[in-house]
Ligand binder design. Structure first.
Ligand code: ADP
Length: 503
């Protein structure tokens, strides 16, 4: 038998999943690690704890499966993106906690770089937005704030990496300082079109080039684990950011194919083939993956902050339900939302609006409105946000989507998926293996090791569990989307109006 090991390093936990070559899950080991919130808006992880937690899950997954290191053909890594680790090459020790993608400490700092010319530079080179979400301003902050760090960095002693790179460094016993292109392109320092670090951006953010890892394709030879780690060396053949990995794990390998992950937020990625499309609608342009010896495949990406988290709010905030799955029974007890619309702008609105001043709104309430209507409006609000993302992407790519593949915790809801299909007027396909993020990394590792020969091999391993067909009349759908748009308009700029009123 052939086995592949996927290291799935997320924002709250580390997991190791062992797959056989037919994509069956053989074992899973998972442990959470600590979240540190030293100040409001700051989010940190202890990078050493991430490494020791990940290492522990690797050993446990092998034990559970009754396998030895020699049974694993190749390892693939997938990871939370944009999180920054700086470490000292001489000791291998981090110089500070990892600054997590969610961290907003550099919101003011990024303002220093915010000119129309810089915005345009960032947009055209990186496909991203000038935002504290990405790595550049976090690295800049560390170089300014940590005593002596800039001098050490300029002397070549300091290494930067996203979590994939940090894990690889540790897996190889400090032998390899390398990242992959799907992670590099989330740093705000990488030229998406030329496929290399960008000197102008490095200079803009004051980051010494000597800190940066070598960039390799997503699926290639990344080296081997240090023999002492698992008893014998194991080949590492894949590294890929989590959302791109889910796109690959969903076998969206042809241009125009797309997936949405319904987790805490919702992430929609569309494969755009070998073209890096610059969005006219505030989507991000990103490298999806690059196979060894081939050109990169690009994607458009749009994310909304509140997906499944809106359902958690029904549970924890309104206490309408006792657990997330209970939303389905409550929302399913009414045929529609009775005209109620919920805009889940609890934390502002992400793509395509990017409105930090928007706030959540429930509109259309009447004396007849019930908890069931609000629950249903919540599911509709999640689905309508995804419709907005998809419309924006289709506008950018000019490619109409024929179907949407789905995964993530809230994709378990048949009702939400049916609503999604109705509102999109397109089939929604849920796969048998919902661990698409880990699977994408395993596929990358398997391609590098020759377990899979081609992308059609990958497609052949995707199996549908359920297909939701759209069944809503066109005029009804149009009326609902129009009502949704009106509600979004009312929710937008809410906090700004507060400020204006105070002045
Ligand atoms: P993340 O990876 O972002 O932590 P998950 O993919 O684990 O998120 O998804 C968790 C989300 O899925 C939660 O916000 C929860 O509200 C939602 N969820 C889980 N199960 C169901 C269900 N059966 N029906 C509807 N929503 C669900």
């Amino acid at each position: 038998m052939t086995y592949l090991m996927a290291l799935d390093e997320g924002t709250t936990s580390c997991r190791t999943i062992i797959f056989d070559a037919d994509c069956n899950i053989v074992s899973v080991a998972q442990h959470e690690f600590a979240q540190h919130f030293p100040h409001p808006g700051w989010v940190e992880h202890d990078a050493e704890e991430i490494w020791t937690t990940q290492r522990r899950t690797m050993t446990e997954a092998l034990e559970q499966a009754g396998l030895a290191a020699g049974d694993i053909v190749s390892i693939g890594i997938t990871n939370q993106r944009e999180t920054v680790v700086l470490w000292d090459r001489r000791t291998g020790r981090p110089v500070y906690n990892a600054i997590v993608w969610q961290d907003r400490r550099t919101a003011d700092l990024i303002g220093r770089f915010d000119t129309p010319a810089h915005r345009e530079l960032v947009r055209s080179r990186t496909g991203l937005l000038l935002d504290p979400y990405f790595c550049a301003s976090k690295i800049h902050w560390l170089l300014e704030e940590v005593d002596g760090l800039r001098a050490d960095a300029e002397a070549g002693h300091i290494a930067f990496g996203t979590i994939d790179c940090w894990l690889l460094w540790n897996l190889t016993g400090g032998a390899v300082h390398c990242t992959d292109v799907s992670n590099a392109c989330r740093t705000l320092l990488f030229d998406l079109h030329r496929g290399r670090w960008d000197e102008e951006l490095l200079e803009l953010f004051g980051i010494p080039a000597g800190m940066l890892p070598e960039v390799r394709p997503t699926s290639c030879d990344f080296g081997a684990t240090d023999a002492s780690l698992l008893g014998e060396p194991v080949h590492i053949g894949g590294m890929i950011g989590d959302q791109q990995s889910a796109l690959f794990g969903q076998a969206c390998v042809e241009p125009g194919m797309a997936k949405t992950t319904y987790g805490t937020g919702c992430f929609l990625l569309m494969n755009t083939g070998d073209v890096a499309i610059t969005s006219e609608h505030n989507m991000l342009t990103t490298v999806a993956w690059q196979l060894d010896g081939q050109d990169p495949t690009y994607a458009l990406e749009g994310s909304v902050f509140m997906g499944g988290a809106s359902i958690q709010w029904l549970r924890d905030g309104l206490k309408l339900i006792h657990d997330a799955p209970a939303v389905n029974e409550l929302a399913g007890s009414v045929p529609d939302s009775g005209g109620v619309v919920l805009v889940p702008a609890f934390a502002g609105l992400g793509a395509p609006y990017w409105d930090p001043f928007a706030r959540g709104a429930i509109l259309g309430l009447t004396r007849g409105s019930t908890d069931a209507h609000v629950a249903r409006a919540t599911l509709e609000g999640i689905a309508c946000q995804v419709c907005d993302l998809l419309a924006a992407m289709e506008g950018d790519s000019g490619v109409p989507l024929t179907e949407l593949r789905v995964d993530g915790g809230a994709a378990a809801s048949d009702l939400l998926m049916q609503i999604q299909s109705d509102m999109l007027d397109r089939p929604v396909l849920r796969p048998q293996v919902l661990e698409t993020t880990a699977l994408g990394a395993a596929f990358m590792a398997g391609l590098a090791a020759g377990v899979y020969g081609s992308l059609s091999d990958i497609s052949g391993h995707w199996h549908q569990e359920h297909r939701f067909e759209a069944g809503m009349a066109a005029d009804e759908r149009a009326a609902r989307m129009a009502r949704w748009s009106r509600a979004v308009t009312r929710a937008r700029g809410w906090m700004q109006e507060d400020d204006d009123a105070a002045q």
